[in-house]
Design a protein around this ligand. Sequence first.
Ligand code: F6P
Length: 343
Amino acid sequence: MEKIGILTGGGDCPGLNSVIRAIVRKALQNDYEILGIKNGWKGMIEEDIIKLDLDAVSGILHRGGTILHTSRTNPYKKEEDVKKVVANFKKLGLKALIPIGGEDTLGVAAKLYRDFKLPVVGVPKTIDNDISGTDFTFGFDTAVNIAMDCIDRLHTTAESHNRVMVVEVMGRHAGWIALYSGLAGGADAILIPEKPIDKDEVAALIKKRHSRGKSFSVVVVAEGAKMKKGSDIIQSEELDSFGHVKLGGIGQILAKAIENTTGYETRVAVLGHIQRGGSPTAYDRVLGTRYGIKAIELVMENKFGCVVALQGNNIVAIPIEEVLGKIKTVDDAMYNIASTFFG
Ligand code: F6P
């Protein structure tokens, strides 16, 4: 029986289990054995492996997170770790490896394919929806719905107290979650990494709204949003193993700036990892399942060095290097729709 490895790397994401389940179910029907690598690339370095049979993937479709666990381990940080990954791939007798992850996890897969011809088929994953080459990643829809629900709840308390409520959502390089949840939740301003923040403009929007009789406002801000150049804002500079800054804090900074500039009482809610937890939506379960099926089909066809992607309503395969080094940011057309409702 030929063996195929799968791993989940980077931040977890609702829908990961649907991908794992789809791969295992389809593989077993075609007489392949699936090995689950625990904790992302860490499991490939440490040879931390479990066998995934029918029982292992039973009852996981509706569960958030990943049954394989995850980490942000980058084997390319240490030369010996890359060697261990390649050696363990051979030792386990794998036909192929399916890494499910974002830019970082897929970046490692692309390098392993380039440097060692390791047969990989990637599955793009992130709640941020910022992977280029694919229209939507699973997990995004769930995160947007969670954030929208929170915005609805914050709306009523903001209204009761005549306050400005700043809601900080995830979105490191791209403002998709902020934009979609803000649009769906009726936000009065949406601030995203693609559009540096001018606090006076935000204050003017809020004042305009209040001048037409409204006594409260809801502002949605993506965690990766930055103040315009020349601002005295200080943000965390702590880095993870891929060299990314650990974000968080813009909501607080913005709330203070709004309160000082407008004089309106302002509160902040940071949604954080709540957006990544819990049950995936139907959309994400179906999308994850479609990605999983396509990934295993590609392996069976010996098509490697690619990533599955959603383009229109089709799941296609694109070369892995096409998804790397560029981020799919919010386009002006979408932002202009949202900004119609600002202020
Ligand atoms: O990559 C998805 C994401 O949720 C980003 O939106 C966020 O910046 C980051 O992960 C948070 O990472 P961690 O779980 O390591 O704090």
